[in-house]
Design a protein around this ligand. Structure first.
Ligand code: ATP
Ligand code: MG
Length: 587
């Protein structure tokens, strides 16, 4: 392949686009890979298309290598299967819906589990047909609340989505492992550094799911990482090691104290130490039990079309904040809002002075942080204005209805996996997701096939996504400098950028070299633009970021050209006669 800059459909920009917040967006637009066409929608220019295709090919090759078979679903789909699965409602505003001329509802698919399940149902009917994995590379549509950062979060984007079908759990686990390994090969080949992060806690229905997060400070996902054992988990999935359970009788009875004007933890701790509550002057926020009132909104179900919001109290040590994202992950699919205190306050919960002692009597559900185990004693509200109680003991003075991972996760927290390391917080962008889905969709569509013994078996599914267009930006985030992009060889739009730094002789020699490199199978871009200064050509070459450049310039007469490495910046004069072999078969 030989591209000539003199005719290439490309215009590089000197200025950053006004809406660009992150380096990949800025550089991909400036270097002429993409152009914004719509909110969250980008046009691929020739160079961008080449990178996208190269990434797609790596993904496709590794999916095929694990036995995946490529299909292609429509993106425009009737609503009905998504209504049957419940996802029409669950996605809500996040999907684009539309009606056809007869008024029949449709959607632009955000992902294709329903169609994959139905296709397998319509094609296969016997245990002999399984296992099977199908995949596609296709445009997806999501009405993201906040499309941002160019290709990183679009409303229209390219995804590789794969679906595995097995007849038993062991088969599903194998399919999952195969995909996980294929994903590692894909991201390694693309030159990404990434972490494989536990996405959902086992407590949440037991489904196994991991995300591949490419490391980047501009990522929207925060994850906790333990350098000691390699544990990595989404903040939503981090579990808290619980202390040992003791004997609740080991504590003196609870005592109530006047603590006027102490609605905050800090004011309470200060007063507790001044007044030596419980005979102590070493109170810290961690000794207090903070009780946060939230409202839980459950989604409508078949049996309950308008569920009533539920009041829930969450108890966490006072040195912690309640992280609503973690609460929602724990209570999924319910959503959660901070309780809106009525102005007239005609409630038995006394704002700022809530203790768990009365919650059971009031019939209010109480969930606690895993650190609040039986026998732990707390300084907490006494359910009267201006009063608190000490030695309020879990398992004696109150019995929680369960635990919840609600407290915020912080750098330095103990690692729940090895119990010896400390967690550090890192940022990443999700480039892949592997998920043991189970029978959620085969149940929804009642899909059964004949088993070996003649009885019906219900297949179990895995689903596996890769953000192909997002990967272009994720690789760019990890491979650039202040002068431009610096693609890894596996994804670069071209292998060699030949720059004409002279007149006709140099141009002819450069095109000749480019032709010979192309004959050897290399992708070559020749900057043969007349009337463009060498300085501008160099600047553009660094912006475009092809791994190696050859400058055909002054030393052509002696038979030399200059070879430049985009990443290391190394330069060397090389005999033109050697260049083709040197670039085509790097030692
Ligand atoms: P995110 O948490 O980033 O919104 P998701 O968990 O909603 O992603 P999945 O449904 O798991 O995404 O989709 C599979 C893959 O598709 C993701 O791992 C991600 O790489 C990619 N992807 C999802 N949403 C977008 C988007 N709006 N723009 C570009 N790529 C996306
Ligand atoms: Mg995901």
């Amino acid at each position: 392949m030989l591209l000539r800059m003199s005719t290439l459909f490309l215009r590089t920009l000197r200025e950053d686009p006004a809406d660009a917040e992150v380096p990949s967006h800025r550089l991909l637009v400036r270097a002429g890979y993409i152009r914004r066409a719509a909110p969250g929608g980008y046009t691929w220019l020739p160079l961008g298309r080449l990178v996208l295709d190269r990434i797609t090919e790596v993904v496709r090759a590794e999916m095929t290598a694990i036995g995946g078979q490529e299909v292609h679903f429509p993106a425009l789909l009737p609503a009905e299967p998504y209504q049957t699965s419940g996802r029409w409602a669950a996605y809500g505003d996040d999907i684009f819906t539309l009606a056809d001329r007869r008024g029949a509802e449709h959607l632009l698919a955000p992902t294709h589990e329903e169609m994959a399940a139905l296709l397998v149902r319509d094609t296969f009917s016997s245990y002999r047909d399984f296992p099977v994995t199908i995949f596609q590379v296709q445009t997806k549509f999501r009405d993201e609340a906040r499309p941002r950062a160019g290709l990183l979060r679009g409303r229209e984007f390219l995804m590789k989505d794969a679906y595995s079908f097995d007849l038993d759990e062991a088969g599903l686990r194998k399919a999952y492992e195969r995909h996980r390994e294929a994903y590692r090969r894909i991201f390694d080949r693309l030159g990404l550094t990434y972490a494989i992060v536990t996405a959902t806690s086992g407590a949440m229905g037991g489904s196994v799911s991991e995300e591949f997060l490419a490391d980047t400070p501009v990522g929207e996902d925060t994850y906790a990482h333990c350098a000691t054992c390699g544990y990595a988990a989404n903040v939503e999935a981090v579990t808290t090691p619980a202390p040992a359970v003791g004997d609740p009788a080991a504590h003196p009875p609870a005592q109530v104290h006047d603590t006027p004007d102490t609605p905050t933890i800090a004011s309470l701790v200060a007063l507790a130490n001044t007044r030596r509550l419980g005979g102590r002057a070493d109170w810290t926020a961690a000794d207090t039990l903070k009780n946060v009132v939230v409202t839980v909104h459950r989604p409508a179900t078949d049996s309950d079309s308008t569920p009533k919001p539920e009041l829930l109290v969450i108890g966490v040590p006072g040195d912690r904040e309640v992280d609503l994202r973690r609460v929602e992950a724990a209570l999924h699919p319910a959503t959660v809002t901070v309780h809106d205190w009525p102005a007239d306050a005609a409630t038995e919960l006394v704002r700022g002075y809530i203790g768990p002692q009365i919650l059971a009597k009031l019939g209010i559900r109480y969930l606690v942080d895993p650190r609040v185990v039986p026998c732990t004693a707390w300084l907490t509200g006494a359910n009267e204005p201006g009063r608190h109680a000490v030695d309020v003991v879990c398992g004696r003075d109150f019995v929680p209805d369960g635990t919840i991972e609600a407290a915020d996760v912080r750098a330095g927290d103990g690692c729940p996996a090895c119990r010896s390391g400390a967690l550090a917080m890192r940022r990443g962008i999700e480039v892949g997701h592997v998920f043991q889905l189970g029978r959620r969709f085969t149940d929804a569509f009642r899909i059964d096939v004949t088993g070996q013994d003649g009885r019906l078996v219900r297949p179990t599914m895995g689903c596996y996504g890769i953000g192909v267009s997002r990967l272009v930006a994720a690789v760019a985030e990890q491979h650039h400098d202040d002068r431009g992009l610096a693609w890894p060889a596996a994804v670069a739009p071209c292998d060699v950028h030949v720059i004409v730094a002279g007149k006709d002789a140099q141009r002819d020699a450069a095109l000749d070299l480019g032709g010979r490199l192309a004959e050897r199978g290399l992708r070559v871009l020749v900057d043969d633009r007349p009337q463009v200064s060498v300085g501008v050509k160099f600047t553009d070459a660094e912006l475009i970021g092809i791994p190696r450049a050859v400058v055909v310039g002054r030393r052509l007469a002696e038979g030399y050209a200059e070879l430049r490495d985009r990443v290391t910046g190394e330069r060397a004069d090389v005999p033109l006669a050697d260049l083709v072999d040197r670039l085509a078969d790097p030692a």
